[in-house]
Ligand binder design. Structure first.
Ligand SMILES: [Cu+2]
Length: 279
């Protein structure tokens, strides 16, 4: 007996693949929609700008993602092999031009939209009178130095670095400007005041990262990198923000972290005094 159709096609495969694509798309949208594994709320105005940009980008790319995935699922099912002769298509030049232009406009547009938030962090200088804190990354700790009442950082000498001896930064004891410098393994800042960080590294490249500030900046050996922020919310005393290292910097990278507390101006002054007393 002769088979009716030698190439009966692959309906099952195409239906399964189309179904998988649809379910995969819907589950992905669901995970973002319910904000599972979401980031903590931002506590700076730049952080809110970055979040708005993130949402804009997510919604636009999300719509493109859903349409293209469902379109793919439809095409997999619609053009499945039913034993018919394959048809050759040369494509559609108008469509090519259209979607290339649309992508270009979308990406350039999003970039222009984000420019202000980016420039605020990276191109604008810190406001005059900002509180300066020197941040030093080293395998595998962070150290924070405050200039003390004289407002001047003392000289550092790499030859004097001695973590076990209580001088992890190599402060020169002969420099009078360094006498009142305060070095702390954790960072505290006053709420609502501009803070300028001077970020450096003592060994390899690290990356200073605080999620709630939406701030991430590499610490590069041999460079002093300035970055600034203004925290708008006080953190509860038992819930400081985590400062992470976001650069794979060696075997102990996973445990390289510290804490940031945002305090009222009065609490901050008191904290500084307590730190100075314990130096
Ligand atoms: Cu690190």
């Amino acid at each position: 007996m002769q088979r009716k159709n030698r190439c009966a096609g692959s309906t099952v495969t195409s239906v399964l693949l189309a179904l998988f694509l649809a379910i995969f798309t819907i589950s992905t949208v669901y995970v973002f929609w319910v904000k599972r594994w979401w980031f903590p709320p931002a506590i700076t105005s730049v952080g809110h700008d970055i979040d708005s940009q993130f949402h804009r980008t997510l919604v636009i790319t999300g719509i493109v993602f859903v349409l293209s995935q469902l379109g793919l699922a439809w095409a997999v099912w619609r053009f499945r092999d039913r034993g018919q002769r394959a048809v050759y298509s040369e494509g559609n030049q108008v469509m090519e031009v259209l979607w290339t232009m649309a992508t270009l406009i979308l990406f350039v547009g999003l970039g222009l939209y984000a420019e202000r938030a980016w420039a605020e962090n990276h191109f604008r200088e810190a406001a005059p009178g900002a509180l300066q804190i020197e941040v030093t990354g080293m395998q595998f700790t962070w150290d924070f130095r405050y200039a003390g009442p004289d407002g001047k950082f003392g000289r550092l000498d790499p030859a004097l670095v001695n973590s076990a001896g209580g001088n992890p930064l190599g402060l020169d004891p002969n420099d009078p400007a360094g006498k009142d410098d305060i070095v702390s393994p954790v960072m505290a800042v006053p709420v609502g005041r501009e803070v300028e960080l001077l970020i450096r590294s003592q060994d390899v490249t690290h990356s200073f990262f605080v999620r709630e500030l939406r701030l991430k900046q590499d610490a590069v050996p041999g460079m002093l990198i300035h970055i600034h922020f203004r925290a708008e919310e006080i953190t509860p005393p038992d819930k400081p923000l985590e400062i992470l290292c976001a650069e794979l910097c060696g075997l102990g990278h996973y445990k390289m972290h510290s804490f940031l507390s945002v305090m009222s101006e009065a609490d901050f002054e008191k904290w500084l005094k307590d730190q100075a007393a314990s130096q």
